[in-house]
Design a protein around this ligand. Structure first.
Ligand code: HEM
Length: 209
């Protein structure tokens, strides 16, 4: 068996699949900003202050791709150095995702149909919880408590990956029922984070990968 065969790709591929649509949306947004957007009401906030959303998309892409690979136990065992180096990039990009996500939530003039009071509050909670989870993960690894480090990194990743689960939750609603009202949209987006957190707690209990 080659080393490549021993790397378990299932979990990283599943996580990459979940983040594929938000990553594609990010590339489309970056391409739109680079080519000059029309400045319509939908795009005005991105054109007026592009830096935070560019930072958000770049850090979210690094976080999603390298973060997913961290969940391969085979890759971790094959190259502990890769896990350490890539893990530092994941931590730094996770902090940037959370900080830029908080900035966008609070400072962008997001139209009420895209962010009501509930989603505003949940996004602030998620951003702060993600920063605290990363802090706890770093503190745990500094004292060589790997089980606790793993648990907090899974929580941080689950919180960061709300965008992927939001697609999974919103798409069937839009196909079956149509465009959700502001409150329903806020609730569905929040539900996605709740699902991610529940899955994360189950993964932590199960002790794999
Ligand atoms: C790795 C995870 C994440 C990915 C892949 C991601 C992806 C994106 C993308 C592609 C956009 C641009 C949307 C557009 O062009 O219309 C965006 C915007 C945004 N993201 Fe994230 N994001 C992630 C995590 C987060 C987190 C954790 C928060 C909250 C703390 C957050 C809050 C926001 C906000 C508030 C906006 C602006 C929405 C708007 O103006 O309509 N994101 N995100």
């Amino acid at each position: 068996m080659t080393n490549t065969n021993r790397i378990d790709w299932k979990m990283p591929l599943a996580l990459l699949a979940i983040s594929a649509i938000p990553l594609a949306a990010g590339i489309a947004r970056l391409a739109g900003l680079a080519s000059g957007l029309d400045g319509s009401a939908d795009n005005a906030r991105f054109v007026a202050a592009p830096s935070p959303v560019i930072l958000h998309i770049l850090s979210a892409s690094l976080f999603s791709i390298l973060g997913a690979l961290q969940f391969s136990s085979g890759l971790r065992q094959l190259s502990p150095t890769w896990h350490r180096v890539s893990g530092r990039i994941v931590l730094a990009s996770g902090i940037l995702v959370a900080l830029s996500g908080l900035w966008l939530t609070v400072m962008y003039p997001i139209p009420p149909e895209l962010q009501g009071g509930l989603l505003y509050g949940v996004r602030v909670f998620v951003g702060v919880a993600m920063l605290l989870s990363i802090y706890c993960a770093v503190a745990a690894v500094a004292r060589r408590d790997i089980a606790t480090h793993r648990a907090w990194m899974i929580r941080a990743f689950a919180l960061g990956q709300g965008a992927g689960m939001q697609v999974v939750v919103l798409l069937p609603w839009m196909l079956l029922i149509g465009k959700p009202s502001m409150l329903h949209r806020d609730m569905l987006m929040s539900l996605a984070w709740l699902i991610n957190l529940l899955v994360a707690e189950m993964a932590i209990q199960m002790g794999s990968p």
